[in-house]
Design a protein around this ligand. Sequence first.
Ligand code: BGC
Length: 375
Amino acid sequence: MKKLLVLLLVFSMLMAMTACTSTPATTGPAPAAEDKNTVDVGIVLPTKDEPRWVQDETRFTEALKATDYSVEILFSQGSSAKEKENVDALIAKGIKVLIICPQDGGAAAAAVEAAKKEGIKVIAYDRLITSTDAVDYYVTFDSIAVGEAQAKYLVEQATGTGNPLYLYAGAASDNNAFLFFEGAWNVLQPKIADGTFVIKNSSEAVALQGNAKLNRDEMGKIIGQVTTNWDFNEAKNKAEAHLTSAKAADKGNVFILAPNDGTARAIADAFAADKAVTSYKVTGQDAEKASVQYIIDGKQSMTVFKDVRTLVKDSIEMAVAILGGKDPQTTGSYNNGKVDVKAKQTEVVVVKGDNVKSALVDSGYYPASDFTNLK
Ligand code: BGC
């Protein structure tokens, strides 16, 4: 009997303890509930390691000062897994609109599908998310025009025939890399066919040089060979390897299609260091400050200025329309392999040594004090 009483006592003490420990979690606010509905719009950008996306963050922060909605910006640091975590964290905070620039256009489908399940509207920002119906809108620059502008610049600079041409591309996981390359090929291919340029660093491109149009698989083969993966180091290593295997006759006055500013500076430095290269012309895009200075100093030939303020403004306007229950304005659509995604597109501007000041400084994009020797 005594034993039974002791057991009963221990049992009731244990019950009391369990009740105590469970009380705060069940009656107090749960952590997830605390977070819920604290953020209206979530923004996810690919990486802080490239100035392009830090530029976008800065422009978002400036533009958002004027809205009453609460917004959170997260970076995925080049990882699709981190990107998914970011999206999940924003979903838990009750976002109603997700603005996302995917690290990998295909891999991001899972993240946006999770958002769609919660009734969140998804705006793909700059890079399309492919093979999913969970993207509602797309804000973008005219990426084919970017590639065409780069190639047009090289064509304008070339005289005679047999000019050595080195091709580089972005990451195959980025749909834009295909659009940039497609645009460049539209303009370069006829000039390869007529002998103005001779491709020096891609057997795949040489094998396809007779084709005015390339399908995605064909482009994939060339991109697979000349990809930089948008990585400065990879770009530098690849350029050095190409220069090591090229003969002196493949150098001289060279023409380089570099996909963006970060890779352009890396590739330009490698070509500048090669004694057999007498001159080089190299393209870029993004108008990153470091590249603007390279253009002023004659170390990079051109860039394609994509006014991020417009893209930011367009995506915020879209988000505000959605939050207000209205249909956002669009100008066309992009097929992502599964659906036609309604899109708003922005034009681009070519910047060379002679219009750096008017395009980038006089327009209020950068202060003159950010550069030296600006004329
Ligand atoms: C963007 C470019 C950028 C590149 C590398 C592309 O998707 O459109 O502006 O330079 O990614 O981050």
